[in-house]
Design a protein around this ligand. Structure first.
Ligand code: DAH
Length: 340
């Protein structure tokens, strides 16, 4: 029986050595250590042994079993490592292959102008307001002193969705919304955003464009505050040496109303093709908030006053960079976009 066990061990260890896959090793385990294997058979035969022989053979059988078991375990680890190695080799990625390069983009020129304006006005203590592009007749017109039959509505003919809703024709409705929300408190906001008008598109007109609205409401706000504020922003955007000029104008929601010109940044005021020989370029509309507009939004116009302005973003970009057609901003031609 002793020889039988030793023989078994020799055979098992040899087979373990030969096996090179986890499956083959598992077969060896079942073959030698399984319930129907030779080890079980040997142990079953132990009953026939004498009392002296039994513990000796029992111990030997145990040693053989643990030797086979531990050799198997060690070999399994070896084979696993080899299999992993082979798998890794087969699946190797060539990390030196060049990848697909992504060209980093940049903000659109219009967004750059808006960002610059926002930075400037936030620095002056303003906050950024927003309003819906689908607007009601009430905010787009009526709360701004443009009742239903007002002739000034003609200049802002728009895309109507229903009788009472339309795509906003300017960012000015955000004035009314902000005032109602502020509930009598002081206001300092700018609001950049898209606006729409039923225009024939040409080099200087587009049915969709962008504006930046400004509104300040507080005690003793005067035209001097408006002028000072506009001067700061014009110098920031168009250069330190720019002057501004206020001309009387008309908007239903401001009284008095002004149109604002800047001294031509190309010729410095002498007259050239950019300023059409006048030395001045018109850049925005503004004025003192009409008392009626303040009252409609719940302010006491005998106690507070305000100023407002509206700037065309495309117009500023065109002036600043000599862009000759507004449609360049929207056609996404990289030859244009990459210049800024
Ligand atoms: N909403 C006017 C427009 O689109 C521009 C404007 C003029 C805005 C005067 C203002 C303002 O806030 O005070 O033509």
């Amino acid at each position: 029986m002793k020889e039988q066990l030793e023989q078994l061990q020799v055979e098992a260890l040899e087979e373990i050595k030969q096996a090179s896959t986890q499956k083959a090793l598992n077969d060896v385990r079942i073959k030698y250590l399984g319930k129907k294997g030779p080890m079980t058979e040997v142990l079953r035969g132990m009953g026939k042994l004498s009392a002296e022989e039994r513990p000796i053979i029992g111990e030997l059988a145990n040693t053989v079993r643990t030797t086979i078991q531990s050799t198997l375990d060690a070999r399994i680890e070896e084979v696993k490592a080899i299999e992993l190695e082979e798998k890794l080799k087969a699946e190797t990625l060539d990390v030196t292959l060049p990848g697909r390069t992504l060209t980093p983009g940049h903000s659109h020129l219009l967004q750059q102008i808006i960002d610059e304006m926002e930075d400037l006005f936030v620095g002056l203590g303003y906050t950024i307001a927003e309003g819906p592009e689908v607007e009601t007749d009430l905010y787009n017109f009526e709360m701004l002193n443009l009742p239903k039959d007002h002739p000034a509505r003609d200049m802002q003919d728009s895309f109507y969705i229903t009788e009472e809703t339309l795509l906003r024709t300017h960012t000015s409705p955000v004035q009314a919304r902000t005032m109602l929300e502020a509930n009598g408190k002081p206001i300092r906001i700018i609001c950049p955003g898209k606006v729409y008008r039923r225009d024939e598109d040409d080099a200087t007109h587009s049915h969709q464009f962008m504006q930046i609205e400004g509104l300040v409401v507080d005690e003793s706000i005067s035209m001097a505050d408006l002028k000072g504020t506009l001067e700061v922003f014009v110098k920031q955007l168009f250069g330190e040496t720019r002057e501004i000029r206020l001309r009387p104008s008309f908007f239903p929601f401001t009284e008095p109303s002004v149109e604002v010109d800047i001294s031509c940044f190309k010729c410095g005021g002498k007259g050239c093709n950019v300023c059409k020989g006048t030395g001045w370029i018109e850049i925005l509309g503004g004025g003192m908030v009409h008392p009626h507009v303040l009252e409609m939004a719940g302010y006491d116009s005998s106690k507070v006053s305000g100023f407002a302005f509206g700037i065309g973003v495309e117009r500023m970009a065109m002036l600043k960079h000599g862009v000759d057609d507004i449609r360049h901003f929207y056609t996404n031609d990289l030859r244009f976009i990459e210049q800024f």
